[in-house]
Design a protein around this ligand. Structure first.
Ligand code: FMN
Length: 328
């Protein structure tokens, strides 16, 4: 796929996930075949207020290296603030390949400020957000939008939002097949994703609940989309991206990883997190990642409790010992 001047490799895209899709996680997903990886979301307004943490969150010190193509994601509700934030990122030398706009976050603390999925109630404003970002980015950098189907069943605005975004200069859309009201609960609506795909000529990625290679193939068949974005399914199982990529390319799907491979990946990921942000900051976040590696293991409930107590990197080896003891 080509987005502006950027040639994007085939394959599933790794989703933005606040608190989870940090640099270590993105590097891991890139090694397992993600076409590109997206940052955690950052606030455009906070960036314009000089918030150093927001800028640091988006700065990938290994940019251009092992993490492959990199999208940064911003959320906001005002076109001018968004444009200013992009200018600040550029001035501060935050490098990225793609800029993604968040029009899907359902969290009240984001929607209360008019951002995230709240934007879907105003398709014209969505278009103005994209136009402002496009102007600030210039013509070369791909601009993408990640959205849901609408605010609720009474406001299914995704197709109109998609048209506005395309007309204003977006290069690709990702559609999570649920409304804001649905949060993460009911099955994704593939017919509604298909309607968004039909509404625009730019590429559309389908997103939501893809956890198997067969599921990825099926969602593309049902929606006619150009690719898939995967989030939670790849947590604790980055090999899912390889299995999905093989299935989408019509190749033999590789076998799932062994327990030893999974434990080695978890240990390396948490080690990288500690290297990147220091043990004190990394370990509380590592607990969530470790829990995902416990999926489907014997004794998973007890092991997850163990994960919730990880405080030092050395605890990870004790967790791995406990995992093996539970499988005996
Ligand atoms: C913990 C968590 C954090 C998320 N953070 C973001 C975010 O920062 N930006 C965003 O656009 N979507 C965010 N999402 C939504 C995901 O990108 C994705 O759309 C959603 O999880 C559905 O895809 P999946 O079923 O493959 O995970 C988040 C989801 C989860 C579970």
């Amino acid at each position: 796929m080509r987005l502006k001047d950027l040639t994007v490799p085939a394959g599933a895209v790794f989703a933005p996930m606040a608190g989870l899709s940090d640099a270590a996680c993105r590097r891991l997903m890139a090694r397992h075949g993600a076409a590109w990886c997206t940052s955690e979301m950052a606030s455009a307004k906070a960036i314009t207020f000089g918030d150093k943490k927001s800028v640091a969150l988006l700065r990938d010190t290994l940019y251009g290296g092992p993490a492959g193509l990199y999208a940064v994601q911003l959320f906001g509700a005002e076109p001018g603030t968004l444009a200013a934030a992009i200018g600040i990122l550029r001035d501060k030398g935050v490098a990225f390949d793609i800029l993604d706009l968040n029009m899907g976050c359902p969290a009240p603390k984001i929607t209360a400020g008019g951002a995230g999925s709240r934007l879907l109630l105003d398709p014209a404003l969505c278009g103005r957000m994209v136009a402002a970002a496009r102007k600030a980015l210039g013509d070369k950098t791909p601009l993408t939008v990640k959205m849901r189907l609408g605010w609720d069943a009474g406001h299914l605005t995704a197709a109109e939002v998609a048209r506005q975004c395309e007309a204003a200069g977006a290069d690709l859309l990702t559609v999570h097949g649920r409304t804001r009201e649905q949060m993460y609960a009911p099955p994704v609506d593939t017919a509604a994703i298909a309607a968004v795909k039909r509404a625009v000529a730019i590429p559309v990625l389908a997103n939501g609940d893809i956890t198997t290679p067969e599921g990825a193939v099926e969602v593309l068949q049902k929606t006619g989309c150009d690719g898939v974005m995967i989030g939670r399914g790849a947590l604790g199982d980055p090999w899912l991206l390889e299995r999905v990529n093989a299935a989408l390319a019509g190749q033999a799907v590789p076998p799932p990883p062994t327990l030893a491979q999974k434990m080695a990946a978890m240990r390396q990921q948490i080690y990288d997190m500690c290297e990147d942000k220091g043990e004190a900051a990394a370990m509380p976040q590592a607990r969530g990642h470790a829990m995902h590696y416990m999926k489907k293991l014997r004794g998973a409930a007890a092991l997850r409790r163990y994960c919730s107590m990880l405080a030092r990197f050395s605890d990870v080896d004790r967790l791995i010992d406990a995992v093996y003891r539970c499988q005996e």
